[in-house]
Structures are given as C-alpha cells and as structure tokens.
Design a protein. Structure first.
Length: 340
C-alpha cells in the first residue's frame, strides 16, 4: 500500500478583525458522514469561512451549511458540515467561541504537522480562521466506514509517523494545546525528556489535582522515581498523536474504494513514542494485529511495560480533572510506580 495516501492541500490561517476508565470513554468528535446531529455553521461565519477556504484552495469557494457531520464536541466545540455551492464539495468544520478558540488553532497545527509527514492518513486540514470571539477550523470531509481496514497497517503507519522527529531534536511543540478540555503545555521546548515529562506532564497534572491528595514527601518521591526511570531510557523526540485512544482512530473509504486507517483529534507534540502506545492499552480498542504491525516497523525498547504505567498516570489524572472519580486508580498507579 502506498504511504502517500492523499494529495496535500494548501493551508492558510486568516484572522478577521471587526465513565469507567478501563474500558470506555466519551464519544469522540469525528469527521464521519454518519454523525448523528447537524449543529450547523453559524451563518455569520460562512462568508469569513468561504474567504479563508478560497485562499487555501486557490479558487473561489462559496460555502453553505450541509447535513451530516455535526454534534457537540469535547472542550466546547461543535462540529458540522458545509459544502461549496459551485462544486458540491463537502468540508468538515469545528467551531467554538471564547477561550476555546485557541484549542482549535492548536488542533489545526497538530493535524497539519501529522499530515506533512505523509505517513498516516489524517483529515487534511484546510484552513483555520477567527472572527472576534468565534473561531473555526475546516478539514476535508472523509467517508468513514468504521471497519474493514487493516489494523496491522495502522500500526505500521503510526510507527512510520513516530520516526519523524523534531527539527532541533527537542521535546515539546510550537504551540500549547489541550488533552480533552484540559490545557496541555508544550512550551518551552526542552532538551531533556525526563525534564519535559516532569514539568509539562506529571507536574502539571499534579498541580491540577492538588498532588493527588499526597503530601510533599510522597510527591517528591514520585517525581524522583519517574525521573530516574525515564532517564534510563533513550528517547527519540517522535511526532506523537498525543491522545491516541480507540475513539480517535477509524477507517475511511477513499474515492478509489481503498479503505485506509485514519487518526484524528490529536493533542500533538514531540516526545516518547511509547506514550502514544501506552494510551492504546489504557482504553482498549486496538487489537493484537495493530501491535504486531507496529513492532514489525519499530520494536519497543526493553522496560516499556513499566514506562507504560508512568505515561498512563498522566491520562488517569487528567480524567480526574475532567470527570472526577478516578483518584483511586491514580493513587494505585502512583503506588505501583514507587515500587518499581
């Protein structure tokens, strides 16, 4: 199967002036044509959006609301579909207002970063725009089929994306983003992976959860043990999806009938590829053929099982922040890490 799964569309940014966690998670936002509720695009955004997409595609585009592709999404975004009146070409849109506008810009940048690798299919990001307190991001409209594709290929292609590393061999990303609705700091870039994880991931979540109810001695011990384990591990700063649970991957049918794996809704940054793989175990939805495909392209290093607990603690603490009710699981994982 060819690795270049789509032709790159040019992009443009325009600013217009005046649950049980072990096996389940909330329904994702997708670009699926089977989405259940069309929220519609605010009519006052359509002219701005049309201009933005026109500049991205290099031709005049007049957008109108279309059916399909919409329901309320995580972090306050709504999703919907629009189409070009002249060509009937459909596009998928996420829109939001207020502080969540930066979330959409970060998603646009993250998907664009993954798309440029031409290693794994993502919804092609076409344009990001904002007007006042409103913002939107426009993607290509994919024909999701949910099944029928190769999980082995998904594993191979994810590993190929992970081989794409940061320009200066540093950890982080050029924009902060979100993990769900929780802010996820990626800056400043850092030279040391253990430092990055301690400050931008573990330390950040401990702050948001009031140190998971532990005292300063226990937290110091946790952070020292985490640093110790990560410092023993040679980490390549891989391009990561960052929020790779089963609801953020699917399969889509291309125009030629080929069914390809797709990943979407990322929390992109450059870091340890094992963190992406760890999350696939946390929520399930990835079969053995997926891991076989990944290992055939780039086997994981010794000790990844212990590091999996370290990386998944971040997500469990985040679910405590988002939903509550996960502190017991988080504290159990902390105890496990301290025993390593």
């Amino acid at each position: 199967m060819p690795l270049i799964l789509f032709s790159w569309l040019p992009t443009v940014v325009i600013s217009f002036s005046p649950v049980t966690i072990s096996n389940s998670r909330s329904v994702p936002i997708t670009t699926s044509s089977s989405s259940r509720l069309n929220m519609g695009v605010s009519t006052d955004l359509l002219p701005h959006m049309s201009k933005c997409v026109s500049e991205a595609l290099g031709r005049k585009v007049e957008l109108a609301s279309a059916s399909g592709g919409g329901y309320a999404g995580g972090g306050g975004a709504t999703t919907s579909a629009v189409f070009d009146v002249a060509t009937s070409q459909k596009f998928f849109v996420k829109a939001t207002t207020g502080v969540a506008t930066t979330m959409l810009q970060a998603e646009y940048e993250g998907v664009k970063e993954m798309a440029t690798t031409q290693t794994i299919r993502v919804p092609t990001p076409i344009a990001y725009g904002n007007e006042g307190r409103k913002a939107y991001v426009v993607f290509e409209y994919l024909n999701f089929c949910g099944a029928g594709g190769s999980n082995f290929d998904l594993g191979v292609q994810l590993a190929k994306m992970h081989r794409c590393t940061s320009p200066k061999n540093q950890y982080g990303f050029h924009i902060d983003n979100t993990i769900g609705a929780t802010p996820q700091p990626n800056m400043p870039w850092m030279d040391d992976w253990a430092d990055f994880w301690d400050v931008h991931r573990l330390g950040h979540m401990l702050t948001l959860t009031n140190d998971a109810g532990y005292g300063s001695d226990e937290i110091s011990a946790l952070r020292l043990k985490t640093r110790e384990l990560l410092s023993q591990h040679a980490v390549v700063p891989s391009l990561m999806h960052g929020d790779l649970w089963g609801g953020n991957k699917s399969f889509a049918k291309e125009e030629d009938g080929t069914i390809v794996p797709v990943i979407f809704d990322p929390a992109t940054y450059y870091g340890d590829r094992e963190a992406d793989l760890a999350m696939t175990y946390l929520f399930g939805g990835f079969g053995s053929d997926f891991y076989e495909g990944y290992e055939s392209e780039w086997p994981l290093a010794e000790g990844h099982e212990k590091r999996r607990t370290i990386y998944n603690l971040y997500h469990i603490l985040n679910h405590e922040v988002l939903f509550g009710g996960y502190m017991g699981q988080a504290r159990s994982m902390i105890s496990q890490i301290l025993r390593f």
